[in-house]
Design a protein around this ligand. Structure first.
Ligand code: CO
Length: 136
């Protein structure tokens, strides 16, 4: 599989607002976008560190997967997202190598990215997202 870079790290937080003093005040990053992804039941906040982004994920409903993640594991790193030239091709390759997929086809994520997740049971414990800019 061809990974071009780490596109973002997804970090589960109980509250974006409560996390801003750390990310902006301490680390000196600037939140440049806040976006609600309705079908994922999350509010996202984005920061740039070089070409990699930090994506804070705050649950907007109790049955959100992020709410369940925080309940089980607490706040922290939720997933790593690798940029690939073509998400569908990368999915096909992973499936051919025996990896179970959460998404059989890319779907639209925050920031207009086409995204898909691999099943964490097959990714050495870290939920893995493959993504690329939209319309590719
Ligand atoms: Co993500």
């Amino acid at each position: 599989m061809e990974l071009t870079h780490i596109e973002h790290l997804g970090i589960a937080v109980k509250s974006i607002e409560d996390s801003l003093p750390y990310y902006e005040g301490v680390l000196g990053l600037k939140c440049y976008n806040i976006e609600v992804v309705e079908d994922q039941k999350v509010k996202t906040a984005f920061f740039k560190v070089g070409q990699t982004k930090i994506e804070l994920l705050e649950p907007t409903a109790e049955d959100s997967t992020i709410a369940k993640f925080i309940e089980k594991k607490g706040e922290g790193i939720h997933h790593i997202a690798f940029a690939v030239p073509n998400v569908q091709e990368a999915l096909n390759e992973a499936a051919a190598k025996g990896v179970k997929l959460i998404d059989e086809k890319p779907r639209r994520g925050a920031e207009g990215l086409n995204i898909a997740f691999l099943h964490p049971k097959f990714t050495a414990g870290v939920l893995t997202e493959l993504c690329m800019e939209g319309d590719k």
